[in-house]
Design a protein around this ligand. Structure first.
Ligand code: CA
Length: 708
């Protein structure tokens, strides 16, 4: 398993593909642009009447979950305590809603006045009665299916925003759209990225001071990151903040870009767009009027390839504070100067007031990919503390004087491969964490995962292609045998920077976290359980099988005074796509699940293990099969799984029916299933290539049958 995960990761981060789907039912539904609105439920008032004062007061309004992290401080804590450590044993399923796909979901639903808004696959937005799960409307933005190839990790969305009767959502192909919250009809739409470049959007918009804030992704495809603010009423652009400098000969957009350019060397703008994409995390302090932006890794990954004379490469892997109204730079803190490992700081930021050194400090907390937990003064950006939350090997510590990490030189990779912890999935990725003001603890879904890095001897950005400057063919170092792949739920005391408790989980890539005043910590596990722990000591209080790994962040809300805990559950995201086998989570639909005390609804049983149809005979020659294996990895493996073993959220090609085998060429080269995102690969593969891949898959099917 360790070797498999390591190999899978190697593939994931060296491949250049996106995800088609040759068989899930979800992508085929929702033909109508907007399905008719059902009658409004009786407990509903007006649709999504949310504004700034209402979100600012959200801490006290525990009935609703109006913005991605519940509050502008993104604590993902609720003061609801109707469901609590004393009675949670009586929790049961109140309703479930099928998201009509077996592909994953990373979405945090929003709930406003009894209505839930949640994005599904390909950015279809659903409005559900939060009491019954009944669909009120849906809107299908007709996201471009070929865009699945220009994203690493599936056609997912992490969430939406609400603002004055509107639901605001972004699409994978870079559009920002405002829908009428009552009907789902389109109000306005803008293109929030340059459609001539492989930008994608998976993050949730936030709305601050009437401005929609949205970032983008695509660092591995060579884009230059930026964050844009749009008028929430009209979609008109108000400001844009670039996260890395562009071509100096074209002039800098602002003095701060000129300053940032001094930290880059060589002709970086010719190598790649530089990256630094803000693909997930924002937080907002209304008193300071500061918007905090979490930025991503450099493109390509090796610093020497990107900026050959050295330099910090601002603002990669940074937390940047800007004026929320103007986008004007205020301060930054860079977690990884000269970023080199895909160590993004795009992970969640939490704002809180913490007692530090005898005084209450207004802090910003982050557990970015690099393995440290940071506490900053959020008014000034001053580093207050940074400590390791898991064992890491790239740096020994963060120097409190300089605020910089102290790298372990002997573990730096060159063209010679090195095993490094953490790897590109980070010690903590996008899965949300939660801060509980009562216990004073932050609950973090952590990974302990290492990875073999080696710099490609030459780099040339391939347009529209996953280009990271790594060499998958470098001989692995001896220490690669010690690669780790573990996961845990970690309760971290941020004021003391030490562990309070920790629950070991079977593997990495577990779910986002919610904490509540009922002394509860709620988290889905990768192994198909939804679990509730005591917030103060980590004792397990309750769990239920949900037949899929839940990776998204759970929420809680009330309707008519009754508390619900809900999660969008569906095994997905980067690691899930690479496969590896999760037993009974195989091919289970993604669903929104809502629980309440005394809930009596049962989930349909988990789908039984599928029997493999008789595969065609192996007719391809051995060398053709070998060639097919080499072609499968970069073209198919990212979605359909390493070694032709799917993670369950994409069709497992070993299980193709005879009809699919017969249609193989029409699918792979003819684009027969393009509507599902399985667009034609005729631009990359010849007839002979497709045939070789087919031969390899048939061989894998026979091998699997012989193992069973
Ligand atoms: Ca990345």
């Amino acid at each position: 398993m360790r070797a498999a995960v390591q190999a899978a990761l190697l593939l994931l981060f060296t491949l250049s593909i996106g995800c088609g789907d040759s068989g899930s039912p979800g992508a085929r539904q929702a033909d109508a642009k907007t399905a008719p609105a059902a009658a409004a439920p009786a407990h509903r008032t007006a649709a999504a009447e949310v504004d700034g004062p209402r979100i600012i007061a959200a801490e006290a309004d525990s009935s609703n979950w109006m913005t991605h992290g519940r509050t502008y401080g993104e604590q993902r804590f609720s003061s609801l305590d109707q469901i609590n450590a004393g009675n949670v044993v009586g929790l049961g399923l109140a309703w479930y809603f099928d998201l009509k796909t077996t592909r994953g979901t990373e979405a945090t639903p929003l709930v406003v006045d009894g209505v839930m808004y949640v994005p599904g696959l390909w950015n279809v937005i659903y409005a559900l009665d939060a009491k019954s799960g009944k669909e009120l409307w849906r809107n299908d933005p007709k996201t471009r299916r070929d865009w699945g190839r220009y994203t690493c990790c599936d056609a997912i969305s992490r969430g939406v925003a609400t603002w004055r009767g509107k639901i605001i959502a972004a699409t994978l192909d870079g559009r920002l759209r405002a829908l009428d919250a009552a009907t789902g009809e389109l109000d306005w739409e803008v293109q929030a990225t340059d459609p001539g470049q492989p930008y994608s959007i998976t993050g949730a918009p936030r709305v601050v001071n009437g401005k929609v804030i949205i970032g983008n992704g695509g660092a591995e495809y060579g884009v230059r990151g930026y964050v844009t603010a749009y008028d929430a009423e009209t979609g008109k652009q108000i400001w844009r903040f670039y996260t890395v400098p562009g071509d100096p000969s074209k002039g800098f957009e602002s003095p701060v870009m000129e300053m940032a350019a001094k930290t880059w060397s060589g002709e970086w703008w010719k190598v790649s767009g530089g990256g630094g994409t803000a693909w997930d995390s924002f937080a907002f302090d209304p008193e300071l009027n500061l918007l905090y932006i979490g930025t991503g890794n450099g493109g390509p990954w090796p610093r020497d390839t990107r900026s050959p004379g050295g330099g910090d490469n601002l603002f990669l892997a940074s937390i940047v504070a800007v004026n929320a109204d103007t986008g004007e730079y205020i301060w930054h803190y860079q977690t990884v100067p000269g970023e080199n490992w895909d160590f993004t700081a795009a992970q969640q930021m939490i704002l809180a007031d913490l007692p530090i050194g005898g005084t209450q400090r207004k802090v910003l907390m982050q557990a970015p990919k690099n393995g440290f937990f940071y506490v900053l003064d959020r008014a000034t950006g001053e580093l207050l503390s940074a400590e390791k939350i898991v064992p890491i090997t790239w740096a020994s510590h963060v120097d409190p004087e300089t605020g910089r990490p102290v790298e372990i030189k002997e573990n730096l990779y060159t063209e010679k491969a090195k095993l490094v912890s953490p790897g590109p999935n980070g010690a903590h990725d996008w899965q949300p964490m939660s801060y509980h003001p009562g216990t004073g603890l932050v609950y973090i879904p952590v990974h302990e995962m290492s990875w073999v890095y080696s710099r490609a001897p030459e780099f040339k950005l391939k347009p529209w292609t996953f280009s990271i400057g790594q060499n998958p063919d470098a001989p692995p170092p001896p220490e690669a045998a010690n690669a780790v792949s573990k996961g845990a739920l970690l309760a971290w005391d941020p004021a003391r920077q030490k562990q309070a408790w920790r629950v070991e989980l079977g593997g990495p890539w577990n779910g986002g976290v919610l904490s509540t005043a009922g002394n509860l910590v709620v988290e889905g596990a990768a192994d198909g359980r939804f679990v509730i722990y005591r917030a103060d000591n980590g004792d397990k209080l309750w769990e239920i099988p949900i037949h899929t790994g839940a990776v998204a962040g759970p929420i809680t809300y009330t309707v008519e005074g009754e508390q619900y805990i809900a999660v969008a559950a569906g095994w997905g995201g980067a690691l899930a796509l690479m496969g590896g086998g999760f037993g009974d989570v195989h091919s289970t639909p993604a669903r929104v699940l809502a629980f309440k005390l005394g809930g009596k609804v049962s989930l349909p049983p988990a789908p039984p293990p599928r029997a493999m149809p008789e595969p065609p005979s192996v007719t391809a020659a051995t060398d053709v099969i070998k060639q097919g294996e080499a072609l499968y990895a970069p073209n198919c493996g990212n979605c359909h799984g390493f070694n032709a073993i799917s993670g369950g959220n994409m069709p497992d090609l070993r299980y193709m029916t005879l009809e699919t085998h017969q249609a193989f060429r029409d699918i792979v080269l003819g684009g027969k299933l393009a509507a599902n995102g399985m667009v034609s690969f005729a631009d990359r593969l010849s007839d002979a290539d497709a045939e070789a891949i087919h031969g390899y898959i048939i061989k894998r099917a026979h091998e699997t049958r012989n193992e069973e």
